[in-house]
Design a protein around this ligand. Structure first.
Ligand code: F6R
Length: 262
């Protein structure tokens, strides 16, 4: 795993935007996997800024979602698809037809079929770059602690803690927060060619340290990324504050040849 420590959230965003830019130049129709949540917003805004300035063209990208709620009406404003449309698809000038995600309208027995369908689609498309956030308990996507490290896209039951955390988006009303989601599995995420985990703020420091320097364990789903051949962990100083080998990470990155990119 390569750990890159930048001063603050905006320098992390610029670093990852450079990697997206590089990908777009090498492969204009690349498949970009996007996370929702607060962490990647500065990255998406930085990319939008570059698109507006005419510095990059991402219009041919295909965008794939990491996870989605089940049980909400098709046009609900808290569907993750809405977030991706508003923060990624619109601002980056990508045709909405190029956005793929799990079918949030699946019910009952259709749910397993919808999960398999999305997983198969991801395998067919092949994700070039997957952006991830991390939960303070080490989750990635909606793979909570004790998720199988080999899991594929499937239905998951949200923990009470995650539902409470997310109730802020549902007028603080826990009862309105869905109990189930469809999420890329950990094994599915590991199929991406390049995974970039973005973590900023002191609230993520313990999870980052456990994921990067702890044992590979289902207790910390993000630790499975240690098994991937190309992972970049992009953190700010606060997010890096519990890492032990910071001098090594800084030294390695400072001496990295420019041509290598992330
Ligand atoms: C988002 C997702 C989650 C978040 C994680 C961190 O699609 O799957 O794993 O990345 O919960 O969320 P934030 O960035 O809001 O702290």
């Amino acid at each position: 795993m390569e750990v890159v420590i930048r001063k603050d959230e905006s320098s992390v965003a610029a670093l990852v935007a450079d990697a997206v830019d590089r990908l777009a130049r090498a492969k204009p129709d690349a498949v970009l996997g996007v996370a929702t949540g607060d962490t990647p917003i500065p990255l998406y805004r930085e990319l939008a800024r570059r698109v507006d300035a005419g510095a990059i063209d991402l219009s041919r990208f295909r965008v794939v979602m990491l996870d989605e709620y089940l049980g909400l009406p098709a046009h609900h404003d808290q569907l993750y698809r809405r977030f991706v449309e508003q923060e990624v698809i619109g601002p980056l000038g990508i045709d909405p037809d190029r956005l793929y995600g799990p079918d949030s309208t699946a019910r009952g027995e259709q749910v397993d079929r919808a999960a398999l369908h999305y997983d198969t689609l991801l395998t067919r498309l092949g994700v070039d770059l997957q952006i991830l956030g991390i939960g303070s308990d080490g989750h990635i996507g909606f793979n909570e602690p004790m998720s199988s490290l080999a899991s594929r896209t499937r239905i998951k039951t949200l923990t009470e803690q995650t539902r409470r955390d997310n109730s802020r988006f549902f007028h603080g009303d826990l009862a309105r927060v869905p109990t189930h989601v469809l999420t890329q599995g950990i094994g599915t995420i590991l199929d991406a060619s390049h995974v970039v985990l973005v973590a900023t703020g002191v609230g993520k420091a313990a999870a980052v340290a456990a994921a990067v320097e702890g044992p590979v364990t289902a207790r910390v789903p993000a630790s499975a990324l240690q098994l991937h051949r190309h992972v970049t962990v992009a953190v700010d100083e606060d997010g890096a504050s519990e890492l032990r080998y910071v001098d090594y990470y800084r030294h390695t990155y400072d001496n990295k040849p420019d041509w290598q990119g992330l």
